[in-house]
Design a protein around this ligand. Structure first.
Ligand code: 5GP
Ligand code: ZN
Length: 113
């Protein structure tokens, strides 16, 4: 998607602090962190939101979770714990319509509101 900022970040056409990337998944620091560690994990494939995944994406979504754990380990969060969040569509608080998971850590998380 040519007008998607996360596609542009994944392609290297927009600057970001990438902490992990391979042929399917990219992880980069959130520009407005809400925790000491706040990393966004995205598939390179443009999927607008979680409701748009299909059977064909099942392996990719599973793999994205493996990458999330790998990044969490690299960030020193594996033992402390962390939060992995997907905001889906308007009432879920989604702003960027390219599927992404927030990896949040480095502080005590509170109950969800
Ligand atoms: P959402 O609300 O869609 O789940 O989260 C979008 C996230 O993307 C927000 O936490 C926001 O700070 C982050 N974000 C928006 N634009 C950019 C950008 O250009 N670069 C980076 N690194 N993060 C961004
Ligand atoms: Zn995109």
């Amino acid at each position: 998607m040519s007008d998607c900022i996360f596609c542009k970040i994944a392609a290297g056409d927009l600057p970001s602090e990438i902490v992990y990337q391979d042929d399917r998944v990219v992880a980069f620091k959130d520009i407005r962190p809400v925790a000491p560690i706040h990393i966004l994990i995205i598939p390179r494939k443009h999927i607008p939101d979680l409701t748009a995944i299909t059977e064909e994406d099942a392996e990719l979504i599973g793999y994205l979770h493996l990458v999330a754990v790998k990044v969490a380990q690299e960030q020193g969060l594996a033992d402390r714990g962390f939060r992995l969040v997907n905001n889906c569509k308007q009432e879920g608080g989604q702003v960027i319509y390219h599927l992404h998971y927030h990896l949040l850590g480095g502080r005590q998380m509170r109950n969800l509101c």
